[in-house]
Design a protein around this ligand. Structure first.
Ligand code: GRF
Length: 192
């Protein structure tokens, strides 16, 4: 049995953090045991903090506003992640643009609520809902210095039909809560 340590970074309500904790923490898949060894929030009032604590993991708060540059903030993230010997870092609703200080040192994946390369950025749900496309979807990709631009790992699409924006958003989150843990398991089992 090999043990793989993951770090989860989040900024907001943390529903994806919760789904990762519920589905992966201390669970084994094909000879690989996954441990959420670190959670980090850049917001001290992020809703996800409570989810992390409910699993006995005290999140590390690194507030970006206390750093004078993106690079200095990234340097602190790298230091904390490297100190824990993390195998894979997951951005689950982590709303910061990362510089090469981070992307060249940390193997990380990100979740994005659209079918990349379409609808990059923080307004992806509304942008893809309002577009002429017949489908919406979710992507998981490696983190690179280009925002929402790294190599794709997994995607899932669904028909918009006549969904309201609320229904569309609900469907996106439903898929996210499944595709992200699945992608993590696949990647860690391949690394074995
Ligand atoms: C998700 O929709 C994710 O794709 C986007 O931010 C949202 C985070 O939601 N990047 P939550 O904090 O995990 O509930």
């Amino acid at each position: 049995m090999s043990i793989k340590k993951i770090a989860i970074l989040f900024s907001g309500r943390g529903s994806n953090l919760l789904s990762l904790l519920e589905k992966l923490h201390h669970k084994s898949f094909n000879g690989v045991k996954i441990e959420v060894a670190l959670t980090i929030s850049n917001k001290k009032d992020a809703g996800g903090i409570i989810h992390s604590r409910s699993f006995g993991i005290e999140p590390i708060i690194i507030e970006h506003k206390n750093f004078s540059s993106r690079q200095e903030f990234d340097m602190e993230l790298v230091k904390v992640i490297q100190a824990k010997n993390i195998d894979l870092t997951i951005l689950a609703g982590f709303m910061r643009i990362l510089t090469p200080v981070f992307t060249t040192k940390i193997k990380a994946i990100n979740l994005h609520p659209s079918l990349l390369p379409l609808f990059k950025g923080s307004n992806a749900i509304e942008d893809s809902y309002k577009s002429d496309m017949l489908v919406g979807g979710v992507s998981v990709h490696y983190v690179s210095e280009e925002l929402d631009g790294g190599k794709l790992i997994a995607q899932e699409a669904f028909n918009k039909d006549n969904m309201s924006l609320e229904e569309f958003e609900k469907k996106i989150h439903e898929i996210e809560h499944d595709i992200l843990p699945r992608s993590v398991i696949e990647l860690l089992c391949k690394q074995k």
